[in-house]
Write a protein that binds this ligand. Sequence first.
Ligand code: G16
Length: 547
Amino acid sequence: MADVVSNVKKVGLEKYPRQGPRNIQYGTAGFRTRWAEDLDYVLYRVGLLAVLRSKSKGGAAIGLMITASHNPEPDNGVKLIDPFGEMLQQRWEKFATRLANASDTELDSALLEIVEAESISWETQALVCVGQDTRPSSPGLAQAAVTGIRTMGGKVNDYGIVTTPMLHYFVACINNIGSAYSEPTEDGYFKKIITAFKKLRGDKPENGKYVPSVMFDGANGVGAMKLEAGLLHLHDSLQVQLYNNGTGQLNYKCGADYIKVQQCAPVGVPQKSNARCVSVDGDADRIVYYYIDTHDKFHLLDGDRIATLIAGYLMELIKKSDLGLQLGLVQTAYANGSSTSYISKTLKVPVACVPTGVKHLHHKAMEYDIGVYFEANGHGTVTFSDFATRCICSAAEDLSLPADQLHATETLATLMDVINQTVGDAISDMLIVETVLHARGWSIEDWEATYTDLPNRQLKVVVKDRRVIETTDAERVCVTPAGLQDQINMLVKNFPNGRSFVRPSGTEDIVRVYAEADTQASADRLALQVASVVHQLAGGIGSPPVP
Ligand code: G16
């Protein structure tokens, strides 16, 4: 062990020395930086950590994904994936931050501290699955990570360019996590989810007002590139027209985040009245739907809409199957107030609110037999507990059940194969939404008519140090700086149905402001007023927003 660790330190010093005095934090979705600057040494060290994580899990495969997801093309980042395909355990995020910020000379001791703290058996073989998105900086960063893994004695499975959720899925497959996962290959992934999708659809792709055709905005990222291969399996069950599939700048004026935040259609997708359009982000872990009506008005169907659509359908299947399973829905503070009341009052599904970050939503969702979780930005999936999986799978084979009940359990069982339970997955989520719309015979307008969103607005405020903002109560209440929450409360009182909160971003160096109110003009005004108070009390940089 001593030889390996001292060689790791030597290689680090020679090839990937620590750059600059700046500290970097393992945040909402791993390490992320602007302009992918100074990331080589971080990737080398994350490679080292991934080996230790694999050893600590008895040699289980660990994922290492290089991506800055929805952020601009010049940014980049990395995150680790745990053996079940879930996000890295929070206790290890501290090790990641410590290791990334260790000086070159203390790299060996920082590694040994982790080995000791986690009682890691050095003899255990380690396996790390590496994936990258399409950013120009990704290959160089992958090289640094692979050097780290190999220098530390780990084995590498290099998947090259993949979507983030595919890598999560591959890790779960390699570790043989239950029947929900099959072959850890792109082809295996598509075969599984698309075969199940086609089975649910049967030989009748049309149904009522549902038309089996979507326009797909790939954000010029890996989503469109990979879906192109998947389309071969879809045949006529769903026509997908691909746009923003490779040549333009990643996430620039297109993609799920742009559409959600700017509340407008992307560039690069032709306007076709009432056509169902989907938009994914740079690494295809988020999805939102939108359409433009005959009066040229833009309509957004975001993560909240997707969650309510899926939860409503699952609730119906659970009732029909009579399995007594408990369904729960998990959201964050960004969830539109109307969606939350629709879920609890109309769907009568228990709803929980947790801090931003898929890792928080995922853990909460796993407390239910069936958990649906979605962030308003379109990041989410459905989880099934082992108990629910066993109940559904055995009931689906019980031919003595009444036809209706058997059909509902079979549908649930097949739906489980369409779902990537490890993490939000834009491609799998699209197929689930299409399945529900098809089953209901709904157009996109029918889906939208289930409830009316409260108008809302998101803004960013640049401050000297975003860490001055601390929050509690699932980020709905701001604790510091002193007085900020009182001011927000006073402003909110002036707007019917007003609600607003602020939180430091975990992926960008900014503070986010969210506001909703009875009209768009009010939501815009409230957001600006709150942003102005943040600028004033939290050390804003540049000119303050003008309310
Ligand atoms: C990541 C996280 C999401 C989070 C988003 C924004 O998304 O995975 O859970 O909502 O960042 O985070 P923040 O507001 O803290 O910047 P992605 O798609 O970039 O991986």
